[in-house]
Design a protein around this ligand. Structure first.
Ligand code: SF4
Ligand code: SF4
Length: 854
């Protein structure tokens, strides 16, 4: 059809305009050939200024002035072929409209739905003008269609702060001004009591703008300018209703405003944001008027529609699962479906969403869903990093992945979510989609597809789709067979697996009876600024991390949008802010260290893309010192054990050199017994020491320390007392659980364990202690023997300063190989350059000082 409409480039057609006839003759090729070997010519040649000026001026009458008419002709031909009518500018319910929403592209459908709503519910005569063409601007149609309206709001997806107005409203205002000039000219010519004959001649004289209609000054509508959708930001029907209310006789009448933007958050729970906001408002009191607040509670989807949102993790195929669900709902239940992933491409290991609306009637709106009926959480930890109840309708349904039930499942939710679910009467259901997929999948490759199908079945059940559509379970089964292509002989086994997974999801989804359950969920953590961002001596400026934390990070961490303020306006991000992301809320598994298997090969800390598993070598004394620094506070002064540290370290080293190594804690315990024996304390002293030692032992019980050949055995063999312990500690926040370190550890010293609250506590305790370890001493880095060394780059990375030259915590895909490469380059540059820069700075300081003295 498109081929028929557009024709073949080589077709000979009637040359459409006189100017073109002058160049090409009466007939021309549909796409003119500018390169002809028989009649060679050059195009795009450099012109001198005289011919350039002539050429530019000639373009208007001979080419550009024809475009509007040719476009109308093309639209008419397209309508004849398809029955679809397009125009350079087209109205929707404009015949009697007092107020008009003007837009282009996807906002037009939303505006039409809002116009219908306002006519039906508020008796307001609202219409929509769709500007299909921007160039040539359809001034004739715009003037004709907008003449006599009370108010016109022009919606534009752009901002031009230094211009008088945005581009489209400028064109509209110019079109209306020209039409009004036409009107004035006509009035002037017909007025003044001149002779009748003279008057008739004047009426026939061309108007100043002959292509435009003539319009009286009283027919020029009031114009309003609404900026929306910058960077794809959502526009809700409530925003459009606010734009219309603004034009009403009792409306605010603001001429320029933003839609869907927040300059002021009146309900912020963050005291620092509130204080800053008040100070900004004192200087810029007009901020409150810059954006229109959306009218709340506008739901334009039909009552029988179902809004659905899927929360998943990138890499779990949420988008294909969402598409499959949408396609099945359309085919099996004859529903209209509008579906869209939150991102065009899922980032592996990062939270992702997919939304869809299903309805018996055609769907119009393109806005984000704000009245979600069903949330499917394939990600069981969704409450750790998102609020799946946000934008959900009261009385909606949550279907969450879990193999738990009853009390155990309920108490898996944070307490705040439990309260919200009770308060808002949310029905909570669970299904073990992952378990079903594991059981039904013939190969690992099928797992996520079957998981999606299990949730599809759970959705059909939870949404009572069968009941709504008068369908039986058996009919669903048969429908799925046809839908999934069950009559194909080639992959019938796979299709049986798919149907089975879907029906199991349908059958196995269970609802929680909240009235029988007690609320004992987890309490929420208060987000604190990460230490890498908390610079005590930071000065004001765009690089101030503390200010960025307050203004941006704390907002995100508490589920709030950032505000349009002086900082967002200059879009700068201080260094190290990636450390605000907490991957513990996203990852499903995390590596655990098996100390007796580690050989110190270095592969894990070199290959981790997120610099989340630093290797550090410390002497036993340093480990014990770091432990005491971690434990000792003014409330908990460890006075006795401090005096024993050197003894403990010496005894430990002796034991380490002699015996088998499993982990450091039992060795330390044995060392303590030996020290105690030698010291001969009385009972009271022994009790005091035991109590303090127990704290040290507890802190080190799970701390990852290994006795390895490169860092302990070899140095000890060369010089007594010079061996160190290798610590392989996981950063509890930045590790994405990508599995790379586990995969590269040939010695089995890293294993994956599920991410649980207990595991997280253990990781956090270890990390706290790790932060008190000093930098790896140079002697562990300058390994001279090639056989015994672990290599230059791995050795350099043993210095925390080098290793942390790139922080993790960003939202790149988990296991991202490019990040490993960048990390290694940055660390190498830091290792080699930082000492030179330091020396150079000292030299310069000395020179300055010397000059000052002269
Ligand atoms: S699981 Fe991935 S991110 Fe975590 S420490 Fe291992 S390699 Fe690094
Ligand atoms: S944990 Fe594994 S990969 Fe890492 S240093 Fe030890 S043996 Fe090597």
């Amino acid at each position: 059809m498109i081929r028929e409409f557009l024709g073949d480039p080589a077709d000979l057609i009637e040359t459409p305009t006189a100017a073109q006839c002058a160049v090409f003759g009466e007939k021309r090729r549909r796409i003119p050939e500018l390169y002809d070997f028989d009649y060679p010519s050059s195009t795009g040649v450099v012109q001198n200024s005289e011919s350039y000026a002539q050429g530019v001026a000639a373009q208007r009458p001979f080419y550009f002035d024809h475009i509007a008419e040719l476009t109308d002709r093309a639209f008419a031909e397209y309508e004849a072929l398809t029955g679809r009518r397009y125009a350079r500018a087209a109205g929707y319910r404009l015949d009697d409209a007092d107020y008009v929403l003007v837009g282009q592209g996807s906002v037009v459908r939303d505006a039409e739905a809002v116009a219908d709503y306002l006519r039906d519910e508020r008796r307001l005569k609202v219409g929509v003008l769709n500007l299909t063409l921007f160039r040539p601007f359809p001034a004739d149609l715009v003037a004709e269609l907008l003449a006599g309206r009370k108010g016109v709001v022009v919606l534009e997806r752009t901002d031009q702060p230094l211009a008088v107005e945005l581009p489209m409203i400028r064109e509209i205002r110019a079109a209306l001004a020209q039409a009004a000039e036409n009107g004035r000219a006509r009035a002037a010519r017909s007025g003044g009591g001149r002779l009748r004959r003279k008057k008739a001649v004047a009426q026939e004289a061309p108007l100043p703008y002959p292509r435009l209609p003539a319009m009286g000054a009283d027919q020029v509508p009031d114009l309003y300018s609404g900026c929306f959708g910058l960077g794809g930001r959502d526009l809700q029907p409530g925003d459009l209703v606010a734009a219309v209310e603004n034009m009403l006789a009792d409306g605010a009448g603001r001429r320029q405003f933003y839609l869907g933007i927040e300059f002021v958050d009146e309900d912020t729970p963050l005291p620092k944001v509130q204080i800053r906001q008040e100070s900004v408002l004192a200087d810029y009191p007009q901020l409150r008027d810059l954006a229109l607040r959306p009218v709340e509670g506008i739901d334009l989807n039909s009552a029988d529609s179902i809004e659905l949102r899927i929360h998943s993790i990138g890499g779990w195929d949420a988008t294909p699962a969402g598409h499959a669900l949408a396609a099945a709902a359309a085919e099996l239940f004859g529903m209209h479906v509008k579906a869209f992933p939150a991102r065009a491409r899922e980032r592996r290991g990062q939270p992702t969403q997919y939304s869809a609306v299903l309805s018996r009637r055609p769907l119009r709106l393109n806005a984000e869903l704000k009245h979600v009926d069903i949330v499917i959480a394939q990600d069981p930890g969704v409450f750790r990093h998102s609020d799946p109840l946000k934008g959900m309708r009261d009385g909606g349904i949550l279907v969450i992945q879990s193999d738990l039930s009853g009390e155990a499942l309920w108490n898996h939710f944070p307490q705040t979510a439990q309260w919200a679910m009770r308060e808002r009467n949310i029905r909570v259901c669970s299904v073990d989609g992952a378990g079903i997929a594991l059981a039904e999948a013939a190969s690992p490759a099928e797992r996520y597809r079957l998981q999606g199908l299990a949730f599809m079945g759970a959705f059909f059940n939870a949404a009572s789709l069968l009941g709504r559509q008068g369908m039986t379970r058996e009919a669903l089964y048969e429908g799925l067979r046809t839908h999934l292509g069950g009559d194909s002989a080639t992959n019938s086994a796979a299709i049986e697996d798919e149907i089975h997974a879907c029906m199991r999801g349908y059958d196995e989804v269970r609802a929680l009876e909240l009235s029988e359950l007690e609320d004992q969920g987890r309490s929420a953590k208060i987000p604190l600024i990460p230490s890498s961002m908390a610079g005590a001596e930071a000065v004001a400026g765009p690089g101030n991390q503390g200010a960025f934390w307050d203004q941006v990070c704390a907002q995100y961490k508490t589920g709030h949008d950032i505000l349009a303020d002086p900082f967002t306006a200059i879009s700068v991000i201080p260094a190290a802010t990636s450390s605000m992301s907490d991957m513990s809320t996203v990852r499903a598994t995390v590596p655990r260290f098996v100390a007796d298997k580690c050989t110190g090969c270095s592969k894990c800390w070199v290959q981790c893309p997120d610099s989340a598993i630093p290797g550090v070598v410390s002497t036993i004394e340093e480990v014990l010192d770091a432990t005491l620094s971690t434990l000792a506070t003014t409330q908990n002064p460890l006075t006795q054990i401090t005096q024993l540290l050197r003894h403990l370290a010496r005894e430990s080293r002796k034991i380490l050199k002699k015996g088998e190594f499993e982990s450091f804690a039992p060795i330390l315990s044995e060392a303590y017994e030996k020290v105690a024996e030698k010291m001969g304390w009385d009972e009271e002293r022994r009790e005091q020491n035991d109590a303090e030692f127990q704290q040290v032992l507890d802190a080190l019980e799970h701390f990852p320390l290994a006795k390895t050949a490169p860092f302990f055995d070899v140095p000890e063999s060369q010089e007594k007392g010079s061996g160190g312990l290798l610590s392989i500690t996981i950063n509890p926040e930045t590790c994405k659980g990508c599995d790379v370190c586990v995969a590269v550890c040939d010695d089995g010293a890293l294993v994956n364990v599920p991410q649980t609250d207990e595991e997280q506590e253990r990781l956090e305790a270890n990390w706290k202690l790790w932060k008190n370890l000093p930098e790896t001493d140079d002697r562990f880095i300058r390994i001279s023997s090639l056989e015994e060394s672990i290599g230059m780059m791995p050795s350099m990375l043993l210095k925390q300063g080098n290793y942390l030259s790139m922080l993790g915590g960003d939202n790149a895909c988990m296991g991202c190989g490019e990040k490993t490469a960048i990390h290694l380059v940055l660390s190498a540059v830091n290792a080699l350059m930082a000492p030179r820069v330091e020396t150079h700075v000292v030299e310069i300081a000395e020179l300055i000082e010397a000059l000052d003295e002269k």
